[in-house]
Ligand binder design. Structure first.
Ligand code: GDP
Length: 399
């Protein structure tokens, strides 16, 4: 594992929930979910050049790209600065295909916001609709990225006006879904307004893109984009430097996805069926770091070095090595061997991880994805997030 300077500072930052966001990317198959994740990771894979020094950041990406680990990680943590303030964005993997086993819902449950990626040519498709509906059901706030805008230029030869018209249609379609499917208290707040920077347009593959506020600030519009495509590769690369899509997406996430504490106040009553007025219920509503530990595991996989790794979200309390916990569904106690936070796609051991964060835990070898983990002292009181039926399900092995 590549080591970095400044890791303690980043670990500390994750203890301050104002600086944390938990998100996912959802999309119809082939619309660009993986390409968007990779672009974000390449641009913001935890250690900014400012933090780590240019050489280290480059080494890091080379190592990771060679290992090809990016698309396989359960979680990647991204580092981004807005107005001089630093943030960690946990990008949690969501299954690429709609399935009927509850895996999509399970992964949505641990995140608070989602970037909906839509192919500019294809528009909203059945899976866009399905996953967006599932996200809204879990009270996950949607934001929009209209991807593959290059296709409108290269394949359809659209003018800027026609491109704009296409964007308007897609935004209208998404807003119609939000209007029909979000609960009334979120509907108006969550309808997407491109003028506020809640929609990004661009190409994940060619790494450029912007929101309306970014376009105004940088003085770059769709005519400039068309010019760049007429000029060729170098001009497109220049465009990607001028308006990197990663920046627009991460700015959007920091501004519009609530931090974990704000989100848990309205999400817990929806995603957890236990008594909200109990000690555990109140602690989860507040993301209280001193409350009983409660973690929802959304991913179990085998790491060749570390063994079985459980990834999930801590909704309340803290976890550290040596702590005794209870697996609510499998009804067994287990001892935590190690807790770590994601640094880019790799993990860094932490002394203690507090509520609101996405973490990796070693020692929970009796658990499987979907399991609820609770402080052993509360074993008789905890209602699970999900009732699991224990049939054997193979865990994923990461090479
Ligand atoms: P996923 O199934 O949603 O994860 O989609 P992928 O990220 O694997 O992308 C599907 C295909 O679309 C791949 O061949 C990508 O290279 C391509 N793709 C992704 N982003 C863009 C883009 O911005 N423009 C174009 N033209 N193709 C793209």
């Amino acid at each position: 594992m590549v080591k970095y300077k400044m890791v303690p500072e980043i670990l500390k930052m994750m203890g301050n929930l104002d600086q944390v966001r938990n998100i996912g990317i959802i999309a119809h198959v082939d619309h660009g979910k993986t390409t968007t994740s990779d672009t974000l990771l390449a641009a913001a894979g935890i250690i900014s050049q400012k933090v780590a020094g240019e050489a280290l950041a480059t080494d890091y990406l080379e190592v990771e790209q060679k290992r090809g680990i990016t698309v396989k990680a359960a979680n990647v943590s991204l580092y981004h600065e807005v107005d001089g303030k630093s943030y960690v964005i946990n990008l949690i993997d969501t299954p690429g295909h709609v399935d009927f086993t509850g895996k999509v819902t399970r992964s949505l449950r641990v995140l608070d916001g989602a970037i909906v990626v839509v192919d500019a040519v294809e528009g909203i498709m059945t899976q866009t609709e399905t996953v967006l509906r599932q996200a809204l059901e879990e009270r996950v706030r949607p934001l929009l990225f209209i991807n593959k805008v290059d296709r409108l230029i290269k394949e359809l030869k659209y003018t800027p006006q026609q491109m704009q018209q296409r964007f308007v249609e897609i935004i209208k379609d998404i807003n119609k879904l939000i209007m029909n499917q979000a609960e009334p208290e979120f509907r108006d707040k969550w309808l997407l307004d491109p003028a506020k920077g809640q929609v990004a347009f661009g190409s994940a593959k060619e790494k450029w893109g912007f929101t309306i506020p970014v376009s105004a600030k940088k003085g770059i519009n769709l005519s400039h984009v068309i010019d760049a495509y007429n000029k060729g590769k170098e001009a497109i690369e220049e465009l990607a430097k001028e308006v990197p899509i990663a920046n627009s997406l991460l700015d959007m996430v920091i501004k519009y996805v609530p931090n974990p504490r704000e989100a848990q106040k309205y999400r817990i009553p929806k995603i957890w069926k236990g008594d909200i007025n109990s000690t555990i219920g109140k602690a989860m509503l507040e993301a209280d770091p001193n409350g009983p530990a409660v973690m929802l595991i959304n991913d179990m996989r085998v790491d060749p070095h570390a063994g079985l790794v459980a990834t999930g979200r801590l909704f309340s309390g803290y976890l550290e090595s040596g702590k005794e916990v209870w697996l609510v569904n499998s009804k067994v106690p287990q001892k935590i061997l190690q807790v770590s936070l994601y640094m880019g796609p790799t993990r860094e051991v932490a002394d203690r991880v507090v509520a609101g964060n996405i973490l990796a835990v070693l020692g929970l070898d009796k658990a499987r994805a979907g399991e609820t983990v609770v402080d052993v002292a509360y074993k008789d009181e905890m209602a699970p997030f999900e009732r699991l039926h224990y049939v054997s399900e193979p865990v994923v092995t990461v090479a």
